[in-house]
Design a protein around this ligand. Structure first.
Ligand SMILES: *Cc1c(COP(=O)(O)O)cnc(C)c1O
Length: 354
């Protein structure tokens, strides 16, 4: 097959997986680029009509939050909706925040740290009724949650290849027909002239194949994965002074996020790594920064608790032996770290924990 045909077949595969039309899919270099394009583009369209208000949430990925902050510096007003204790916003909150001058609602599909899934179809319905463009950062959801952009009234959707086993550096933005988003990159006729530049053909082919594979049997895979997730959560919560972050049921099948008081996140990760468990504390993109996660703070955790959190992500190929190993290893590591933690000693003294 020649390159053009392969790219078309790939575009079809991505469109099919989302319930979109083939000419509504635009390949980009990843999730961050798609988010930037959708949000800045919708802002530019809004500004032309004198509408300079954007609604988003406090728990978005930085690709969305930092884009919104950029727009605030350029005369836009942004409402950051607070989330409940599980990290969710409601469609009612979105509806209440809509104003005459709202030009965009952008709410992530599933959270990258705590796995909470937002009520996207309900929010889409409100936005359709109010005729406000609705964008969702679905980077964590694509391939893990059934998505139908038409049924869910999604106008724009961002996705990224490397979050579903495609190569790094490829992503896509779905733009509903009728949304005339300003072009991202001026140049040649690639991506219908809206995002010019010679296509990343290997990336595109890889993304399409990953989408075919990941979207094939989401429900069956999720059932297996969620069973393992729930067993691990149940066991890890037996460690004293722990709590589950994120929604207990409305969450990604392969996400666990637990706060463990009296341990410091980075040391926990290091020790788990030495024991062969690749975990993460906040978001992978902010590792190296010592600020506690904005998501954990938004669900109401105090700084001290937000620092000691553990995130495990996996898929259906996690074996029962892997799960047993995690269940056996994490409590041992926590015990060792707590034994040398002045913070834990203070907590025990102050709260009378034996
Ligand atoms: C990873 C991620 C992104 C960024 O995607 P890149 O392809 O790395 O640019 C955006 N949003 C969410 C929710 C993510 O998890």
């Amino acid at each position: 097959m020649d390159a053009a045909k392969t790219v078309l077949a790939s575009r079809e595969a991505v469109a099919n997986a989302l319930g979109a039309k083939v000419n509504e899919i635009y390949f980009t270099a990843g999730g961050s680029e798609s988010d930037n394009w959708a949000i800045k583009g919708a802002a530019e369209l809004g500004a032309k009509k004198g509408k300079k208000h954007i609604i988003t949430t406090a728990v978005e990925h930085h690709a969305v939050l930092h884009t919104c902050e950029y727009l605030e510096k350029h005369g836009f007003e942004v409402t950051y909706l607070p989330v409940d204790e599980f990290g969710r916003v409601s469609a009612q909150q979105v509806e209440n925040a809509i104003r005459e001058d709202t030009c965009l609602v952008t709410v992530m599909f599933a959270n990258n740290e705590i796995g909470t899934i937002m009520p996207i179809a309900e929010i889409g319905k409100i936005c359709k009724e109010k005729k406000i463009p609705f964008h969702t950062d679905a980077v964590q959801a694509v391939g893990h949650v059934d998505i139908d952009v038409k049924a869910m009234n999604i106008d724009m959707l961002s996705l990224s290849g490397h979050k579903l086993h495609a190569p790094k550096g490829i992503g896509a933005l779905y733009i509903r027909t009728g949304i005339v988003l300003p072009n991202l990159i001026a140049g040649g006729a690639q991506e219908r002239g809206r995002r010019a530049g010679t296509e990343n053909v290997p990336g595109i082919v890889g993304l399409a194949q990953a989408m075919r594979d990941a979207c094939a049997s989401i429900e069956g895979k999720n059932r297996i994965t969620a069973q393992k997730r729930d067993r691990i959560i149940q066991e890890l919560l037996k460690i004293p002074e722990t709590r589950l972050n994120g929604h207990p049921t409305e969450r990604l099948a392969g996400n666990i996020n637990i706060s463990i008081r009296g341990v410091e996140g980075e040391s926990l990760l290091l020790m788990l790594d030495m024991n062969g468990i690749a975990a993460s504390s906040g978001s992978a993109c902010t590792s190296g920064s010592l600020d506690p996660s904005h998501v954990l703070l938004a669900i109401g955790l105090p700084h001290e608790v937000a620092h000691g959190s553990l995130r495990l992500s996996f898929e259906e190929d996690l074996t029962d032996e892997d799960a047993d190993y995690i269940i056996a290893t994490v409590p041992k590591v926590v015990e060792r770290l707590r034994a040398m933690s002045p913070l834990w000693e203070r907590i025990c003294k102050e709260e009378g924990i034996q």
